[in-house]
Ligand binder design. Sequence first.
Ligand SMILES: Nc1ncnc2c1ncn2[C@@H]1O[C@H](COP(=O)(O)OP(=O)(O)O)[C@@H](O)[C@H]1O
Ligand SMILES: [Mg+2]
Length: 465
Amino acid sequence: MALPISVTSSETKDLLRMERVGAHSHIRGLGLDDALDPRETSQGMVGQLKARRAAGVILRMIEAGKIAGRAILIAGPPSTGKTAIAMGMAQGLGSDVPFTMLAASEIFSLEMSKTEALTQAFRRSIGVRIKEESEVIEGEVVEIQIDRTLTGGSKAGKLTLKTTDMETIYDLGNKMIDALNKEKVMAGDVIHIDKASGRITKVGRSFARARDYDAMAADTKFVQCPEGELQKRKEVVHTVSLHEIDVINSRTQGFLALFSGDTGEIKSEVRDQINAKVAEWREEGKAEIVPGVLFIDEVHMLDIECFSFLNRALEDEMAPVVIMASNRGVTKIRGTKYKSPHGIPVDLLDRMLIISTSAYDEKEIKHILTIRCQEEDVEMTEDAKDVLTKIGGETSLRYAIHLITAASLVARKRKATAVDIQDIKRVYSLFLDEKRSVQYLKDYEDQYMFNETSNKMDEDTAMEM
Ligand SMILES: Nc1ncnc2c1ncn2[C@@H]1O[C@H](COP(=O)(O)OP(=O)(O)O)[C@@H](O)[C@H]1O
Ligand SMILES: [Mg+2]
């Protein structure tokens, strides 16, 4: 079958990007200056300077578009910011460079073979930048007005856009409102709406509004308010991933599968045809390949078959940069009885650049906790922060972070405006950290089901860790 290969899918990538906003939502980048020197604290990132600088170098290489098929491993103890650094890198990538995040264990839970799941993840991480002429609306936002129903369910609203010559009010439906929210569009932004897909892109802030805010991200781009008609034909460049093209063109699935996530296995003939087509577009200058980033978290959960697939897939001409993270030391490679550093076979390790992270000191912990308090909108007294910092140092940063919201709930119950030491104490006694939980299990082991002798448990955990 000759495929009329279609690429009209645009907004789908965002669905795949949403994972885990919570834990790392304070991270807005790697916090590096132009010379790639890490600032002590910037863009939500604190400390971990060496790892951040290394990540910055990798990012530069990706930006230059020169490298593909490289593998990077971020290795370090739990809660030392491995995932945070990867998220920081994701933010630093250009907006059309695909970033896919995957927890290694997801591979085993999908209704498809492991290699198919990995292939899909790889193809999600390769962008195809396509030039097309299309109908667009471009203008400066004068006003966004959104009415919510009481239930918060359906929404409606109006969007006023202007150019230097005209002004028009558009009605907004649910989908557009979500898109506007997601792009954080405000009055004064110059936006670009693709009529066919409804995709909204922020072009920049209007010069006329440059003085409205004194705090603005360093990368805010200022542009002129557009001239002429609001609606025009324009050559637009948009980037879709190879995976999106695959799904849209698999006969059995269709593009709706992109929304449900239920893509199933994709036939290799479809992929071959698409690869051929993309190669043709590249030759004609209609498209270029944008190698993106695939981030595989907790990579020690992959098994030997997956690792061998990775070895091979990294050699492909259209491979993304693969960043992996692991908190394991020397441990068994899943699916074998052999041990290897980080649970990764040495032949794969040999291909990797390794970035290591190390534990934070008290000052850094306190700083991260302060940032998290702001992020979670929690007022906390200095004393309480000090106590929480102590806890973070003795248990783990992540545990301390988790106590913030819990403590604020306790504080609210006693009608206090700020979290104080007593609230921290209270939640510390309510919720066990890992060490105390293990101790508790040891103390009360005979009351639990399926309990094995403590010796045996030590052995097991030692192996797992
Ligand atoms: N250097 C850092 N700056 C700011 N926040 C951090 C930093 N390191 C870790 N965090 C935050 O601490 C928590 C645990 O870090 P995480 O990256 O999940 O650890 P890991 O993946 O190494 O186990 C997360 O909420 C993360 O955003
Ligand atoms: Mg992690």
